[in-house]
Write a protein that binds this ligand. Sequence first.
Ligand code: TEU
Length: 567
Amino acid sequence: MVDQDWRRWVVYQVYPRSFADANGDGVGDLRGILSKVDYLSKLGVDVVWLSPVYRSPMDDNGYDISDYRDVDPLFGTLADLDELIAVLHARDMKLVMDLVVNHTSDEHPWFQASKSGKDDPKRDWYWWRDPRPGHVGGAPGAEPTNWESYFSGPTWEWDEATGQYYLHLFSRKQPDLNWENRQVRAAVYEMMNWWLDRGVDGFRMDVINMISKNLALPDVPPRPGSPYGPGNRHFICGPRNHEFLAEMHREVFAGRERHILTVGEMPDVTVEDARLFTDPERREVDMVFQFGHVSLDHGAHRFDPKPLKLSALKASLADWQTGLAGTGWNSLYWGNHDQPRAVSRFGDDGAHRVAAAKTLATVLHLHRGTPYIYQGDELGMTNSPFAAIEDYRDIETLNFHAAAVAGGTVDVPELLQAMARTSRDHARTPMQWDASDQAGFTTGKPWIAVNPNHVEINAAAQVDDPDSVFAHHRRLIDLRHTDPVVTDGSFEPLVPEHEQVWAFVRRTPDAELLVAANFGADPIEITLPVDEGWCRAEVVLANLPDADPVLPTITLRPWESVVLRRR
Ligand code: TEU
């Protein structure tokens, strides 16, 4: 029987650059994180997922790695990281590192060697191709495929010195590794084992469903008005993806004494494929980050926002509950360093912000799967009032804006309004520790502006307040740790079509939990399709005082949520 106890864990994501700055340079660092372990311990999380702290030119804030076995001086030293591992372990917490191995930095020695010449032994460690036949290298249209980068422009960069292009699905400073090359895979596995031997407890694997590509490298239909188009159909969950992850499991995770937590970040993954990736008997990964619910409000792209219906959001999560029932396993998240703030996007960041932040957390944590808390969401942190392009730092946002201005076809003020809703930078403003000048994040000038609302939204105001968003998260984590229905229960949606109420039942042979939540600013009365026996259920968690829910006809106040339990 495969050890499943990890399914009771709750994960907290730290984006190190924005978490806590100990040396006053305006950028978060490892010693800053060390100074906040008491905070994490008080919250009650089991695992800390640390976004990259490796050496990096920081073109994509560390998701462009130039040395997998060293800490960038911006964040501290290997000794600091060793200390963090030891301190977390002493508190019975685990550390999961971010593993970015679909690509490296162009400043990584592997790429520097590969780029040095066609005959270099590492040439084939990356994707090098000749110009399109009949085209002059470096000229528009000469790229080997017409795929567009996630960060705008083509996915191929011309190298005059060797007369070939190299592939980069993201920035030109993030060349894709060639996983078809056995030496590449061996070098990655060796590095992973080196970290596990150092005490790391797992990996969040960046775009790990992009490592197997369609070797024919075909073109795709271009976007209207562009020579390029999304190539994802030719590199998402490619033909050898399962094979590579099963090989990784054999070479790295099998035989380890402790459970190594693995979560694969998989944009565009289907639930059918996720069921295969997360089947314990296949020994690939524990769970995946899927993108269904965080793409619903995207039109053609992230900066083309469209309205989101609650019924669509509920259906998206429910489909994954159904699809991964039994042997599969879900990740559960509203936010991370790539997403705008949850309470602004899915909740209410105005008059009902506190109630909405708690309700979002209740609904998420009571689904079946592993909950991920993104730093600051446990406080109900909101999007920032970004107004000008100068307010942003994110390569995706800046590149998109530059291309739009250059293209001359986009209404730039309208684009800035969209960016003010959906830019990744909303998640990257400094953690709000207190109401002081820079929210207690730094004594220097922060690399990105602190949200002005830190004066009322901050940890100091919440950690000892039993009615705070922080305290509510702690109660949710405690419920998961103490009530097996939260981890093991089946999932049954109620009133799936309702556009204001989110309700569902979790069930084991021994007990049932019912969640009812009002996703609106108006009170609502609703009769849920449940039996009269629920009228005697116990309220195990509520987000508003004096909760007195009656079932099956329940009245919920604005953004009110309740969790009831019966045997
Ligand atoms: O993100 C991959 C991914 O999901 C992209 O779609 C990303 O969300 C981007 O916003 C495009 O919309 C992972 C990391 O989480 C992200 O921070 C990195 O920039 C990216 O990979 C490249 O490493």
